[in-house]
Design a protein around this ligand. Structure first.
Ligand code: NAD
Ligand code: UDP
Ligand code: UDP
Length: 336
């Protein structure tokens, strides 16, 4: 049976370096929001060498500026839809635009990134014997018919909708991961990420947390999309990075949900941002977009049991940590 094949031996190039006991890690999409925080954490370990491959579609060199020139760090302008020939031990495969306005901008490119990009990273993992982690998404559950969502739920996804390039793209990426695992013995890890927030989020990506923080800082009304009773669960980025590293280092393929189960309505979120960032700001109700999921909350039982992971940072504590970064980028200094 294919599934009993032993994992492939590492490439000779990496084997020669084995006794150095260092770990060479590729982070695709490492110039993005989550990727750059992951790089910060990986770089803290002096045994890690980190290579970022990114095409800068939604990411920026600015997010990595403190590492550029560091001897254990390398940054490559590279599009994952093209083959990549390097020697690494681990691959964190994050490359993919994450917010609807960016992934809908060029949906064909989004699906190529998910399908061909993941295929290429799996081909690379196979060639060099690397372990590969995919950042999948809660969107694979689509408009879920069960709540909260655990990993055994197969989802309720529209195959021909405007979000399909992203959610069906990630579903195919998960399929490819498991097929390479079963057919070629590749070591895989799949994280299903739920809404994540923190410094370095794109300011103009239309996501609710970045919108509200930017609006509060500019003293513009916070735009709650009707009805405002819809819920989301927000995970602070350092908790997310911690979960991804535990998943990579552990023994479970996943898929494993990683997110914060604390659930808030969008009105509650607006009230909290107002209170913490700018008590003088107004909250207004605006029209919503079609197909907005009514509720979303991760079931993280598996992450707790298998990774001994759970988020530590509460929303009220995480939101203020974004203020300085957003003020700098928006060029709105604090008043006092
Ligand atoms: P992001 O847009 O900040 O980062 C994505 C990075 O990938 C960017 O630096 C972008 O330039 C790069 N990229 C895009 N297409 C590429 C390509 N073809 N080749 C090379 N690089 C490419 O998004 P993020 O929020 O940091 O998300 C990272 C990953 O986590 C994504 O895979 C996303 O689907 C997943 N995810 C994020 C969230 C969230 O709430 N942020 C939720 C679920 C899943
Ligand atoms: N690939 C890559 N880097 C590598 C090895 C492969 O980008 O180091 C790409 C390769 O171009 C191919 C894909 O990964 O398109 C899948 O590779 P695999 O060897 O599984 O399939 P094949 O090349 O036999 O189609
Ligand atoms: N939302 C909002 N105001 C905004 C942007 C978004 O009330 O300015 C709402 C949106 O209707 C949705 C929720 O916030 O119910 C989360 O939207 P986001 O796009 O951040 O994430 P996703 O829908 O992908 O979870």
């Amino acid at each position: 049976h294919a599934s009993t094949k032993p994992p492939p031996t590492p490439s000779p190039l990496r084997s020669a370096k084995f006794f150095q006991a260092n770990m060479r890690i590729l982070v695709t999409g490492g110039a993005g929001f989550i990727g750059s925080h992951l790089v910060d954490k990986l770089m803290e370990n002096e045994k890690n060498e980190v290579i970022v491959a990114d095409n800068y579609f939604t990411g920026s060199k600015d997010n990595l500026k403190k590492w550029i020139g560091h001897p254990r760090f390398e940054l490559i302008r590279h599009d994952v839809t093209e083959p990549l020939l390097i020697e690494v031990d681990q691959i964190y495969h994050l490359a993919c635009p994450a917010s609807p306005i960016f992934y809908k901008y060029n949906p064909v490119k989004t699906i190529k990134t998910n399908v061909i990009g993941t295929l290429n990273m799996l081909g690379l993992a196979k060639r060099v014997g690397a372990r590969i982690l995919l950042t999948s998404t809660s969107e694979v559950y689509g408009d879920p018919l069960i709540h909260p969502q655990d990993e055994s739920y197969w989802g309720n996804v529209n195959p021909i909708g405007v979000r399909s390039c992203y959610d069906e793209g990630k579903r195919v990426a998960e399929t490819l991961m498991f097929d390479y695992h079963r057919q070629h013995g590749i070591e895989i890890r799949i994280a299903r990420i739920f809404n994540t927030y923190g410094p370095r989020m794109n300011i103009d990506d239309g996501r609710v947390v970045s919108n509200f923080i930017a609006q509060a800082i500019r003293s513009e009304p916070l735009t709650v999309q009707a009805p405002g009773t819809q819920t989301r669960s927000f995970c602070y980025v350092s908790d997310m990075v911690d979960g991804l590293i535990r998943l990579m280092e552990g023994d479970n393929t996943g898929p494993i949900n990683i997110g914060n189960p604390g659930e808030f309505t969008m009105l509650e979120l607006a009230e909290t941002v107002k209170e913490l960032i700018n008590p003088g700001v107004e909250i207004i109700m605006v029209e919503n977009t079609p197909d907005d999921p009514r509720q979303r909350k991760p079931d993280i039982t598996k992450a707790k049991e298998l990774l001994s992971w759970e988020p530590k940072i509460k929303l009220r504590d995480g939101l203020p940590l974004m203020e300085d970064d957003f003020r700098t980028r928006l060029e709105v200094p604090r008043k006092n």
